[in-house]
Design a binder for this molecule. Sequence first.
Ligand code: NAD
Ligand code: MG
Length: 401
Amino acid sequence: MSEQGQAGVALLGSTGSIGVNTLDVIARHPGRFRVFALTANSQVDKLAEQCVRFQPRFAVMADSDAAMRLQQQLQVTAPDVQVLAGTDGLVQVAAMDGVDVVMAGIVGAAGLLPSLAAARAGKRILLANKEALVMSGALFMQAVQENAATLLPVDSEHNAIMQCLPDDYVPGPAPRSVSRITLTASGGPFRALALDKLAAVTPEQACAHPNWVMGRKISVDSATMMNKGLEVIEAGWLFGLPIEQISVVLHPQSVIHSLVEYHDGSVLAQMGNPDMRIPISHALGHPQRIVSGAEPLDLLAVATLQFEAPDDERYPCLALATTAWQTGGTAPTLLNAANEVAVQAFLDERIGFTAIPAVIGQVLQQCSVHAADTLEMILADDAAARAAACECIESGRAVTA
Ligand code: NAD
Ligand code: MG
C-alpha cells in the first residue's frame, strides 16, 4: 500500500472504454486509490486531460512521437508528471514499486508484455485485456502463481462467475461441487439479421452494440461472437475447467452476466445493469464492495429474460475458438492474432464482415501449432499468424472463401 494508505493504481489503456470507466470509479473513492500511472497508445489530448485531473507520477504513450507531444503539453499543465514511451515504458510502470494494482485495459496483443510484467512483479492484476491471457495462458497463469500475483477478472462474465463461485474455489479439474459454468452473450447487433445480409454489414453497424458501449475491436468481436470464443478460453484458464464444463447461452438483455451450476442443481447467477463500472468496482474493491456509480437494476423495467442457443452458421467464430482451445499449444495465439488482423481489415473496409472467420479459418489451417511454453514461441507464432492473415487478405482469398 502506498502513501496515506491509498492503493497505487497503474491504469494501462486509460483513454479507452475500460480506462475511462475505471477512472470514473476511482474518482468516487479519492481516499482509497491514487493514480500512479496512466497509459495510452496515441491519444495525446485525452491522456493530457486525464493527467491534469489525476496527477499521476507517470504517463506513458506507446507511440514515441505522441509521447513527445504529450511531454510538451504537460510542461505547462502538469509539469510533475514524468512521461515515458513505448512498450518499455508500459512494462516499466506495470512493475514499479509504487504500484499495488494494475488495471490491464489495453486492447489486443499489445497488452501482453505489460500484463505479464505485472504478473512477474507480483501485482494485483485486474484483467480486462483477455487477448493477453488467450495468447499466453499457460505462461501467464504460471507467472501469476510463481510470483504470488493476484488475478481478478474484469470481463463482466468472468467477474460474474467469480462472484458466484465458492470463496474457497481452487481452479483445477478435480471433482468438486461446481458442475458447469455458463457464459451469457448478447448475440450482438446482428442476432436477428437475415444471414444473407451479413456479408454487407458496415463497421458502423457492427460497432453499434445493443447493450454495451465499448471499443471498436471488442464491438466487432461481439458481433462475430469471437468475443465469446475468446471468453471461453479465458474462462478455461481462469477457472481451470475443461470445455465440457463451459457453456455459452445467448441472453439478449445482458442482465444476467453469467452463471455457475452446482452438483445439487442450484444455479447462481450474477445480475446487474450492463455497466462495466460494476465488475470494475468489484475487482478494485475486492473483497469489499465499493460504490460504482451504476444505476440499480429495475427488474420490472427489464420484465423479460430470454435465452437462446447460439447459431453455428451465424457465429462460426465461436467454433473456431473452441477448436483452438481444444487443440491447445499456440493454437489460441494463432486464432487471436488472425482475428486482430481480420477485424482491423474489416474496420478499415478492406474485407467484408463474413470474411473475418474465413481469414481466421485459413490461418489456422496454414500455420503450425507449437508448444506454448516460452514467450519467444508465443511471439513468433503471433507474428506468423499476422503475416499469414495479411497475405490471405491481400491475395483476396478471404473474400472468395
Ligand atoms: P478501447 O479501444 O476503448 O481502448 C483501448 C485502450 O488501449 C486505449 O487506451 C488505447 O490507447 C490503448 N491501446 C491501444 N493500442 C495500444 C497499443 N498498441 N499500445 C498501447 N496501448 C494501446 O478498448 P476497450 O473497449 O476499453 O477494451 C480494452 C480491453 O478490455 C480489451 O481487451 C477488451 O476485450 C476488454 N474488455 C472491454 C470491455 C468493455 O466494455 N469495453 C468489456 C470486457 C472486456
Ligand atoms: Mg465480456
